[in-house]
Design a protein around this ligand. Sequence first.
Ligand code: GRF
Length: 219
Amino acid sequence: MAKLKVAVLISARGSNMQSLVHACSAPGFPAEIVCVLSNNLEAAGLKFAAENAIPTRVIDHRDFENREAFDAKLTEFLASIDVDLICLAGFMRLLTPEFVNRWQDKILNIHPSLLPAFKGLHVHERAIESGARFTGCTVHFVRPEMDEGPIITQAVVPIHQTDTPEALAARILEQEHLIYPLALKLVAENRVKIHGAVVLIEAADEQHHALLNPKVEGF
Ligand code: GRF
């Protein structure tokens, strides 16, 4: 079967993009990264992509008059390279409804909380301040409203009493690097079915159950 052609959109570090690149390099993985695109020429992830022989492209949002014009350029480019799926990985631009609807059910995002809790920015500080015992991370389909959309994979991460936002972010990031490749694999295998707000995963095996509901250390 042909591999799913994926573009990964980044704005900075790109560690989630790296986890997707590593996953795609495994023999038999059902997706390939055909482009890493950034709105920021300085994004550190671009160097990694280039070193790994992945085509890169910069489309700087500051070169456009408004959001609509920037998004139209993104669509033009992504369509020209014939992508099947767009993975947002730390892409710090809000996307217009026109863009999201043009790529309906073809955009994934990763967010460092257990959605629908803690949408938006500064999620780690807010999670700690809330007094919640657990937070985590989520991969979901993108809808026009920010951090909304059917959830594909999640991982739970405990909040320690002594946690700083940085320490918590680092533990969540480790889980992000597991659940994004897993979500991509499930989508590429065509095992992810959207039923309204809910995703059903066909033939979820033991390993997937384990990753979707990880055991908490020490319990
Ligand atoms: C991650 O925490 C991701 O969940 C959020 O932005 C951060 C990006 O990190 N959307 P990286 O660029 O993938 O390292």
